[in-house]
Design a protein around this ligand. Structure first.
Ligand code: GUN
Length: 298
């Protein structure tokens, strides 16, 4: 059996199309959604991610502010920038790109973002609300994976979902969203014994470790849904996930590719969260028509 593809690129396009009228409705009231993205330092991969996020905003009618701060930026300088964005009513979402330079305490920085502007879903309050089954902002990658499962109408109730990886950004919130959808969830990590015996029980297998070809065909139950969150480089420089795609696709029932799977959905869910943040702000405040917009500063 050859697995059917879960096309993240096509799904992302359809989710973005669904956002368009919502963005236009907000813009018509003078409340165009706005996202501020902060990058500290010169990590080349982060620079690419950030550029893609800003570009996605531009393509979809969302205002963006990109603040590129030097690697030696102090904690107090960064906190001051976040405080200014928290106070700016035109900014509905704030994202601090991770990883941060080593001298900065990432969790402390993330916690400084107003939780109702934390469109990344990484603030402790948002993580906690997701844990409690009443999410305010869901972490973008797990949120995108849930949309992918929804797109194939996969019946998660009672299904065994196995998550590989326990990061705060993907593994843990992924497990919580699957649990909220009534899946039976197992989280595996670097200390898990006999990984294959667990993955072979999975109806849904989500790989979010960051290790090339971690998931091989013998680790997958025939017909299972395999979602690949990994972003790795092959020895010849190509982008590839955590799953041995060519082999696993012969066993799985559904599989998401890398590139073209989870990646486009992560950015799309960031746009969804930003639009939701703007809609909530609009519901709280009267029309902003007539108010002078603040100038973007690059
Ligand atoms: N670094 C890699 N992916 C992400 C993400 O989704 N959000 C943030 N803030 N940093 C990242």
């Amino acid at each position: 059996m050859t697995a059917r593809l879960i096309d993240g690129k096509a799904l992302a396009a359809s989710v973005r199309a669904g956002l368009k009228p919502r963005i236009e409705a907000l813009a018509a009231r003078g409340q165009r959604p706005g996202l501020a993205v902060i990058l500290v330092g010169d990590d080349p991969a982060s620079a690419v991610y950030v550029r893609n996020k800003v570009k996605a905003c531009e393509e979809n009618g969302i205002r963006s502010w990109f603040e590129h701060l030097p690697a030696q930026t102090s904690e107090s300088e960064l906190l001051a920038r976040i405080a200014a964005l928290n106070a700016n009513p035109d900014v509905h979402g704030i994202l601090v790109q991770l990883p941060l330079p080593k001298h900065l305490d990432a969790q402390k920085i993330l916690e400084t973002i107003a939780f109702d502007k934390d469109v990344d879903g990484l603030h402790a309050t948002n993580a906690g609300l997701t844990l409690m089954g009443r999410p305010h902002f869901r972490s973008c990658t797990p949120y995108g994976v849930m949309k992918m499962l929804e797109s194939i109408a996969y019946p998660l109730r009672g299904a065994h979902a196995v998550v590989l990886g326990r990061s705060n950004m993907v593994g843990k919130p992924m497990a919580m969203l699957l649990l909220a959808a009534n899946a039976t969830v197992t989280i595996c990590h670097s200390a898990t014994r006999d990984l294959a015996s667990i993955t072979r029980q999975a109806d849904v297998l989500v790989a979010a470790v960051g290790k090339l070809k971690l998931v091989t065909a013998d680790m997958v139950r025939p017909g299972a849904v395999v979602i690949d969150v990994g972003t790795n480089r092959t020895p010849d420089g190509k982008l590839a996930g955590d799953v041995d795609f060519d082999a696993v696709r012969e066993v799985a029932g559904w599989i998401s590719p890398v590139p073209g799977g989870v990646g486009p959905m992560t950015i799309t869910m960031l746009l969804v969260n930003t639009v939701e943040a703007a809609e909530r702000a609009a519901a709280r405040s009267p029309s902003a028509i007539g108010r002078r917009p603040t100038e973007p500063h690059i």
